[in-house]
Write a protein that binds this ligand. Structure first.
Ligand SMILES: NC(=O)C1=CN([C@@H]2O[C@H](COP(=O)(O)OP(=O)(O)OC[C@H]3O[C@@H](n4cnc5c(N)ncnc54)[C@H](O)[C@@H]3O)[C@@H](O)[C@H]2O)[C@@H](O)CC1
Ligand SMILES: [K+]
Length: 519
């Protein structure tokens, strides 16, 4: 299984250094590999290198050094190469300087690109170029391009030629994806060893184009170090998580999900959660809802079991339901509380009691979470796994922060909360984050804005509990579930478009997505 880590610039630099110092791979070899791998990408884009016109924009740092390596190999392959150097030769980093001198010896075309007077020459070459290679800045870049570099970037962005960014488009910050002013808009980006965090953040991700991640001979053990803790969810990560079903098994082998929630006017939420749990492969699912909405649940899905609970005058689960809930918990493998529960005072006691009584993995969602505002200490009292699935508003209320505060720091807030509360945190939204109590973070790149619709979260909680029922641990079920949910949304949107997509479309797409992804 190949895992993609998302690295920060400092982490990548540390790994490069460790490769050189601990594993004795000279940094100039890493640069050579980077250039050769980029050459492969250029070959893929252009099919044929001989006779092709290539403009390479090289900066003073090691990113520029990569550009100089590429120039050399392109010349050997018969391309017409023009390098434009944005800096003085004496300011190049040591490895870039070596490659500069090699290229000089080979009589490579190295043009200065230092001021306005050089722009006409650049423009003339850009107009004829088949491909432009952006090696101005890599992961060392922070802040904004200076006015002259901004002009260069504008010319590149206006050009008709394909643009390949080396490591990251110049002007995009590797850690945050921030762009202050102008940045190169690449059609392709070839990045080294691992994708960088800023490549999946807005607006950076819009500048990347088609991303390829290539090996430059960094030893895999270095990347595997647990301290590099941000994982990008991909299909290949699911390999091995779905075992084929053995023939002699029965429904009891695939677990029993208990969904507690619903209230008058909100019977659909526990229903969708239960339905999604069934579609994810749970052997049995019981929906425990206020007696007053039981008929709706029973009429909806024949495969579902149900149980009516005592209810408040507003039609929500009453504390008088706790003895029945306790009994139901005994025969469940995993439980979920919250979908459609509504917010009411008595609900706080119900949820608190369930957290204490549920001696099994428990997912808390929606109003189940709202019922814990000011009472997050209760998570620590549990000795069984807990998953919480807040959207940013629910997370803000749990932490007493504002939604913008949550959104501006999603990864770190998720990581800290998971560690402090000892729960698996699924912070929903564009690029849902999963944080394990042990400090690992998973970022989900799939899904679409059509999924911002009522019930989408209930479907997610159903998928996650359905996976837990079949034996996945809380962390695995959370990130696998988030990924499948996004994929199902992406399948559904092909039929419905974003505007018309509704939550049950996501459930209906689950069979196809499971068939594609389980292996
Ligand atoms: N051993 C290594 O470290 C390897 C590095 N590689 C390449 O080297 C790149 C990183 O190289 P560098 O660390 O030299 O950095 P860059 O080449 O990305 O940037 C050059 C320099 O620009 C400066 N800078 C940052 N922000 C600026 C701003 N707003 N305006 C002006 N200057 C600014 C920085 O001080 C930085 O050192 C990677 O992206 C990758 O392309 C590859 O060759 C593989 C091996
Ligand atoms: K670049």
């Amino acid at each position: 299984m190949r895992r993609l880590k998302l690295l920060k610039a400092e982490q990548m630099k540390e790994i490069d250094q460790r490769a050189s110092q601990e594993y004795l791979i000279p940094s100039i070899v890493l640069m050579e590999n980077a250039g050769l791998q980029a050459l492969d990408t250029i070959m893929d884009i252009l099919d044929e290198l001989s006779g092709k016109r290539v403009v390479i924009l090289a900066g003073r740092g090691n990113n520029g050094g990569d550009g100089l390596v590429i120039a050399r190999h392109l010349i050997n392959a018969g391309a017409q190469v023009d390098v434009f150097l944005l800096g003085e030769a004496q300011d190049l980093t040591p490895d870039a300087a070596i490659n500069y001198h090699i290229l000089k010896k080979m009589n490579g075309n190295i043009n200065p690109l230092l001021g306005k007077n050089d722009l006409d020459h650049l423009l003339a070459k850009l107009l004829l170029a088949d491909i432009i290679v952006d090696a101005i800045y890599g992961i060392g870049f922070k802040g904004s391009l200076n006015p002259f570099e901004t002009q260069v970037a504008k010319l590149v962005n206006l050009s008709q030629a394909q643009v390949l960014a080396i490591d990251i488009p110049s002007g995009v910050e590797a850690d945050s994806g921030s762009v202050h002013g102008e940045a190169i808009r690449a059609d392709y980006t070839v990045t080294f060893a691992a994708p960088k965090l800023g490549m999946i953040m807005e607006p950076g991700r819009d500048y990347i184009g088609i991303l390829s991640v290539v090996d430059i001979s960094i030893p895999q053990v270095l990347l595997a170090d647990e301290k590099y803790n941000i994982h990008l969810l991909t299909a290949s990560m699911l390999k091995g998580y779905f075992k084929p079903r053995r023939r002699e098994t029965h429904k009891g082998s695939y677990g029993h999900v208990l969904v507690m929630g619903g209230s008058m006017g909100m019977s659909g939420a526990p229903l969708m959660s239960s339905w999604a749990a069934m579609r994810s492969g749970a052997g049995l699912v019981t929906a425990a809802v206020p007696e007053c909405i039981l008929a709706k649940i029973d009429a909806a899905i024949p495969e579902l079991m149900s149980r009516g609970l005592p209810y408040t005058d507003k039609g929500a689960i009453a504390t008088a339901a706790l003895p029945i809930i306790t009994e139901l918990l005994r025969s469940a493998t995993v439980a979920c509380i919250g979908p459609g529960m509504s917010s009411y005072d008595e609900g706080r006691s119900v949820v608190a009691a369930v957290l204490k009584k549920a001696e099994l993995p428990l997912l808390v969602d929606a109003d189940g979470l709202n019922a814990l505002n000011g009472n997050t200490g209760i998570f620590k009292e549990r000795s069984y796994p807990t998953v919480i699935t807040p959207h940013p508003g629910e997370m803000a209320r749990l932490l007493g922060l504002s939604v913008p505060e949550i959104q501006s720091n999603r990864l770190e807030i998720s990581r800290q909360s998971a560690a402090e509360w000892g729960v698996t945190v699924v912070l929903k939204g564009n690029q849902t984050v999963v944080a394990s109590p042990s400090g690992q973070l998973y970022v989900n790149p799939v899904g679409n804005p059509g999924m911002a619709t009522a019930g989408s979260g209930d479907v997610l909680s159903g998928i996650i509990t359905g996976l837990m029922a079949q034996g996945m641990n809380a962390d695995q079920a959370a990130w696998v579930g988030v990924y499948l949910h996004g994929r199902a949304g992406d399948e559904a949107v092909l039929q419905t478009g974003e505007r018309a997509l509704i939550a049950t479309d996501i459930i209906n797409a689950l069979p196809l997505v499971l068939r594609q992804e389980e292996n």
